[in-house]
Design a protein around this ligand. Structure first.
Ligand code: IMP
Ligand code: MG
Length: 209
């Protein structure tokens, strides 16, 4: 793809050198923003009768999505709470254990809870975070992801709000990173093979959510 004419150009991409690493844009910034708009309407409707909704935002990946959602929901009953989640995953593939930090201060007893994450891949992260929060006796826990990867979800968890499907590839942008880069892209794309370290093409390493 010719990146110069793509939606990665101009104000949609703050760092031009990053654009050069993108192989193909799979979701444009415009598609993302329209989808966030739709999701925010759905969330408004589902929680119309609730007076407080606690929204744990799984960092780092879901931060951009949560910021956009929060702007659109624009209602103080939605309480966005950052939650740090470390997942052991391959440089480009999900592998192992999930460690959940800092939910102790969240008082969710009897509350409506909506977990917000960037992408649903193996399902491991959402499954474990959901179980962890459910053990604290909330009224109920629902889930919202911006992207659903077209792959077999090893850990199945019901998704209540889903943005867009993405191909079963490693993708970056809109919060999704490779080695902590590319999160700032306003669109989502695949990386050129030469950008991905040789060891990450085949082996597992640790990186953070
Ligand atoms: P899980 O495999 O569903 O547990 O996904 C775990 C986490 O891995 C997600 O919340 C993302 O932060 C990250 N992740 C999964 N797939 C990708 C990808 O294609 N690019 C970047 N990060 C990803
Ligand atoms: Mg994540």
């Amino acid at each position: 793809m010719k990146i110069k004419d793509s939606p990665l150009d101009g104000p949609l991409c703050r760092y031009h050198e990053v654009c050069d690493d993108i192989q193909e844009v799979v979701i444009t910034a415009d598609q993302i923003q329209k989808t966030v708009e739709i999701l925010s309407h759905q969330i408004h409707e589902v929680y119309a009768n609730d007076t407080r909704v606690v929204i744990p935002v799984l960092l780092q990946g879901a931060r951009h999505f949560a910021d956009d959602l929060s702007d659109r929901l624009n209602d103080s009953k939605f309480q966005f709470v950052p939650v740090k989640v470390s997942s052991y995953r391959g440089g480009t593939r999900s592998t192992g254990q999930v460690v959940i930090h800092s939910t102790e201060t969240l008082d969710i007893r009897g509350q409506a809870v909506l977990i917000v994450d960037d992408i649903y891949d193996s399902g491991r992260t959402l499954t474990q975070v959901k179980a962890h929060l459910e053990a604290q006796n909330p009224a109920h826990v629902k889930t919202c992801v911006m992207f659903e990867k077209a792959c077999e979800h090893i850990h199945d968890v019901p998704l209540d709000f889903v943005g867009l499907p993405v191909p079963d590839d490693f993708v970056v942008g809109y919060g999704l990173d490779y080695q902590d880069r590319y999160r700032e892209l306003h669109c989502v794309g695949t990386l050129k093979p030469d950008v991905i370290a040789t060891e990450d093409r085949y082996e597992d390493a640790q990186s953070i959510g």
